[in-house]
Design a protein around this ligand. Sequence first.
Ligand code: SF4
Ligand code: SF4
Length: 492
Amino acid sequence: MSATPAPNVKNPAPAPAGTEKISLYESRQQIYPQSVSGRFRNIKWALLVGGMLLYYFLPFLRWDRGPDLPAQAVLVDLTNGRFYFFGIEIWPQEVYYFTGLLILAAFTLFLMNAVAGRVWCGYLCPQTVWTDLYLLVERWTEGDRRERMIKAKKPWTPRTLAETALKHFLWLLIAWWTGGAWVLYFADAPTLVKQLATLQAPAQAYIWIAILTASTYLLAGFAREQVCLYMCPWPRIQAALTDEYALNVTYRVDRGEPRASVKKAIALREDGKPAGDCVDCGQCVAVCPTGVDIREGLSMGCIQCGLCIDACDNVMGKIGRPTGLIGYDTDINVHRRAEGLPALKPKLVRPRTLIYLALILGVAAAMGFTLATRRSLGCDVMHDRNPIFVMLSDGSIRNVYTVRVLNETGYERKFYLSLAGLPVGKLSVMGEPAGGGKGVPIIAPPNQTLELRVTVTTPADAQLPQSTPIQMVLTDAKTGETVKKGDYFKAP
Ligand code: SF4
Ligand code: SF4
């Protein structure tokens, strides 16, 4: 009698081809990136320190903005819808500057991609920078890769509990500081710090700090490489934009394969058999923050951080082989090497990079020019439509206008409003005394738009056509800076 064999639970027999169950959910493999030292690691540390210092301390940089605004170099004034960046001041009607900045950011990203692939992801993206910082804390509290892997398999002990608690405390501290720094961009930083410390800050500040603390803690502490692999759209966009001349972190297959340990490679070579330089030590995979094995080729998971280059160079240095088994190289060279052809020098200057550079310089120059010639005063005129003119009892004709005077400085300013274009006619501002030869004096408060009701009156015998072009002229009493705005004087 033949007995049906019991299923091997530990090592189930493979399902017949084509009948395997495909799961749409891939469970996450915990990654324990190992610390590494080297050229690219140092560049990343320098960028991390520079970026963090800039982010945390920029709100404390002072800049005189007049008596009514915080003396802050970088300030987002949500109440009045204004943005201040050192000498640049952007009002709501100048939202095109933000459009310009977004276009600049996009083309810069494209240029970076054309030169060196996902270099943004590997070195500058906040997700990478904060994850690096969190990993530093993790290694400091719980140990390096090997130690953490061993601890993860063992039951909790008071020591591991204390280490993990310290890690989470430090993570939360960094996350809280990140959120805290963010809100300082929206108010006077030193004042807000005092208010936060004495629990007297506005509720919105606490809410935003809580939101940013939670998101930093979750994204840098837990989601980590998952953000790069699944959440961020840039890898997909980048993959569509790249070309074969872009530099990417690449494993030199022609040099590394076939892999063999140092001893085995010597034996193989003595036998006249081929042996590559890769000793299959796995260091390049161990240091990778996204768990990629770069030897398998270019991968969507690779953020081009260069840490595997450092790891492999260290290994090559120790075994006395030339470095550069992993390095930045182009796709074109990968193919040339596979065909036994010599590698080409990286071609940084090519139509694609030149076009991106030209677009960046063009947009930057246009923005720079408009900012340099930007006026600190403005004037808008709106003619009353109903009635379009009024005939007074003495036969004179009056037109009424709404004039908006913009004072885009932090100081109170005196202007003169006068009229040009009418051979006869008198301009008056309702509620203001009559003006002299220079025009009607106006006092405009700092950083505000002043709305005026203005009348223009012509005598009964003026004999004007139905529509006469006129200009309202606004002149700064101190500097003489002038702005003119055209409209029409209407008559019967
Ligand atoms: S494969 Fe290398 S360059 Fe790519 S993410 Fe991993 S360590 Fe960084
Ligand atoms: S670090 Fe270098 S030698 Fe070691 S496995 Fe990676 S490519 Fe091979």
